[in-house]
Design a protein around this ligand. Sequence first.
Ligand code: XIL
Length: 388
Amino acid sequence: MIPHGRTAPHRRAVLASGLASGLVSGLVSGLACAMLPAAGSRAQAEPGAPSLAALAAKKGILFGMAVTAEQVGLMPPLAAIAVREAALLVPGVELKWSEVEPEPGRFAFADADRLAELGRRHGLALRGHTLLWHEALPAWVAATNRDAMPAVLRRHIREICRHYAGRVQSWDVVNEAIQPGPDRSDGLRRTPFLETLGDSYIERAFDLAAETDPAAILTLNEYDLERDTPWQAQRRQAMLNLLNRLVRRKVPVRALGIQGHLDARRGPLDPEIFRRFIRDVASLGLEVYITELDVIDRDLPADIARRDAEAARAAQAYLTAALAEPAVRMVVTWGVSDARNWVDGNPDMRRTDGLPSRPHLYDDAFRPKPLRAAVADAFRAAPVRPAP
Ligand code: XIL
């Protein structure tokens, strides 16, 4: 199995480039925002073309993009694209535990707040990613024992959910909770939360989030659920078992996020298998979101025209299958432009020939790529969702 590692040093990359975080913050709130179109005056991707958010909205789908404070601070054109194309923003790193509560009880909301404010000024919704994840976890959390963990978890979730209460469309409460292995029949991933609190950590987290921000849609977010391989079939089953259990226990989970980092190495996509899984989730009364769409182009041709065409084909096939299911109500791309993309920061994901990755809808000069056209076409072809 190819590891799904992600150790990209997003923050360090900026610091290494000589920019102190204070300057980045200043850029985000000053330079970048000053160059953005004002709320209500949404420029269009190509002259006369509707935004992706508008195309999606016609079908009852919410379209969003993940951005980081660094990207927005360093690249005003990227921020301009995001607020023009998207109806929702997701802070890509700023709400992960290591960023938002680096030391016990010390919360650092400034970077996420800037992104929230950017979205608010342009009328965009906000999505929270993520309250609990086994990655981006400070060492002190991993070292917390079973007596102390309940209070650590409670403070973390309460503090963050309270800070953004009423402003968040949805929260990824637990990210990547499953990882089937020989040692557990439930397929749950061994994390510091599972080890200390047992499987009830998941419902505990959902209950805390729901109490603190009752308006937010609470989700589980997961990868490797779509493809036609025995491994992913096992993961689908583990996820369905988990969702079933949560729904039966009346845990306030309302949606499943499927990440959608498209990577052909992980197996073929059989649209019927993918759609059946979405229907199985929907039959539990849950919505489905595609939360982190991009193309891991590691093994695609070096030639840019061919590579972009293959990436576009992969995304179109994927979205065509997903959007045929009315339970899919949101699509979020895990980035905007290939400039400073997260894939190149990840040794398991980036190309081995040294060429820059091209995972996103806009290239590194902020021009729309065939991938953008593919997403637009998939929205155009999608059936209208019935009103929720
Ligand atoms: C990634 C970010 O994009 C990177 O900048 C960071 O260094 C590592 O994490 N699945 C997830 C996301 O749920 O949080 C990950 O984001 C990408 C994979």
